[in-house]
Write a protein that binds this ligand. Structure first.
Ligand code: HEM
Length: 124
C-alpha cells in the first residue's frame, strides 16, 4: 500500500474512532452506557495504534522528529490515563482524572490530524 493511502486511511480511522470515543465518553459522563466501557477502551486502543502508525509514517516521511516523538509520547499518555481512570472509577477526585482524560484525548486527536497534515505535505 502506498504511504499516502495508508496515511489517509489511518487519518479517517482516527477521526471516526475519536468521534465514537467522545460520544461514548459523553454517555458515560451523563451516567449512561457504563457497560460499554470495555468497547470504549478497545476503540481507544485502536485510536492509539493509529497514532503509532502515523508516528512511523512520520519518521519515514522525514517529518520533524521532535513532533513525531511528541505525538508518540502523547499516544502513550492517553492509555495510561485511561487505565488509571479504570482503577480510580469511584472516589471524590474522579472528576480530575475524567477531565485530564478528556483533555489528553482531545489533544491526541489534534496531534494526529497535525501529524497527518505534515506527512501529506512531506510526501506530496
Ligand atoms: C486506550 C485508550 C482509552 C482508554 C483505556 C479509555 C478508558 C476510559 C474509561 C475507563 C472511562 C471511564 C468512564 C468513567 O470514569 O466514568 C473513559 C471515559 C471517557 N473517555 Fe476514554 N479511554 C481511552 C481513550 C479515549 C480517547 C482517545 C478519548 C477522546 C478522544 C476518550 C474520551 C473519553 C471521554 C470524553 C470520557 C468521559 C468523560 C471522562 O471520563 O473523561 N477516551 N475512558
Amino acid at each position: 500500500m502506498k504511504m499516502n493511502t495508508l496515511a489517509q486511511l489511518v487519518r479517517v480511522l482516527l477521526g471516526v474512532a475519536g468521534v465514537a470515543l467522545v460520544l461514548l465518553g459523553i454517555a458515560f459522563w451523563t451516567g449512561h452506557a457504563s457497560s460499554l466501557i470495555p468497547v470504549h477502551a478497545a476503540i481507544g486502543l485502536l485510536f492509539v495504534v493509529c497514532l503509532w502508525v502515523l508516528s512511523i509514517l512520520g519518521l519515514k516521511a522525514g517529518v520533524n522528529r521532535r513532533l513525531v516523538a511528541f505525538v508518540f509520547i502523547w499516544s502513550l499518555a492517553v492509555p495510561i490515563v485511561g487505565a488509571i481512570q479504570m482503577l480510580l472509577l469511584p472516589g471524590a477526585w474522579h472528576w480530575v482524572v475524567q477531565v485530564t482524560h478528556l483533555l489528553t484525548g482531545i489533544v491526541a486527536m489534534y496531534l494526529g490530524a497535525l501529524l497527518h497534515k505534515r506527512i501529506s505535505l512531506a510526501i506530496s
